[in-house]
Design a protein around this ligand. Structure first.
Ligand SMILES: Cc1cc2nc3c(=O)[nH]c(=O)nc-3n(C[C@H](O)[C@H](O)[C@H](O)COP(=O)(O)O)c2cc1C
Length: 178
């Protein structure tokens, strides 16, 4: 499978980057091909809803890092969304990328792609991930993509916190089994 891994953290050595690295290790070991896009280190203009996008030939008025990501998204069999929890949703960096899916909506929707969600956050309450999981689930329903698993790393504020848990192992196993 060809897997696009989208990350949303500005921390190169943070909690969600460990989830991404572990997932990628597992997926590579299982023979999958990875394309990683670290949104926080790319140029991605937020969608301005100009509706000038023409799917395929002219996906967006902005010529930024999405230009290289669009073909990767089209070819991917699976998208892995990896983000820190920011105000109970995804970080703005990865959200900007997801909003820009709009430019090739018709080419992504109904394509039966697979997806996984990996999130890290500080809160340890049982409701802490409800919002982001709901958002992910509804987006997948709209796109008609299939969820293949989630790693929801609670109580993880720092790298040291997450290193003491089995969440990286969960991410590795998820990568291996997808
Ligand atoms: C702007 C901002 C918003 C945050 N919002 C939440 C939140 O809503 N819930 C939560 O549990 N943690 C929240 N956190 C904490 C981060 O999710 C947590 O520290 C995470 O491990 C950071 O991941 P990273 O190291 O991959 O960047 C927030 C942190 C920042 C900087």
């Amino acid at each position: 499978m060809k897997i696009v891994v989208l990350t949303g953290s500005p921390h190169k050595v943070g909690t969600s980057s460990l989830l991404a690295d572990s997932f990628i290790d597992g997926a590579k070991e299982a023979g999958h091909e990875i394309y990683r896009f670290d949104a926080a280190f790319e140029k991605v203009h937020p969608c301005i809803a100009c509706d000038k996008c023409k799917c395929g030939e002219n996906p967006c008025v902005f010529q930024d890092s999405m230009t290289k990501l669009f073909p990767q998204l089209r070819e991917a069999d699976m998208i892995a969304f990896v983000t820190p929890l920011y105000f109970y949703g995804p970080s703005s960096q990865i959200k900007a990328v997801i909003d820009r899916f709009y430019g090739i909506n018709n080419l992504l929707r109904g394509t039966d792609k697979k997806a996984v969600l990996l999130v890290s956050g500080t809160n340890n309450r049982d409701w802490a991930m409800h919002g982001i999981v709901g958002n992910y689930t509804e987006a997948l329903q709209y796109l008609r993509w299939q969820d293949c698993g989630k790693v929801l790393a609670k109580s993880c504020r720092t790298r040291e916190d997450i290193e003491k848990t089995d969440y990286p192992e969960q991410a590795y196993q998820l990568g291996k089994m997808v």
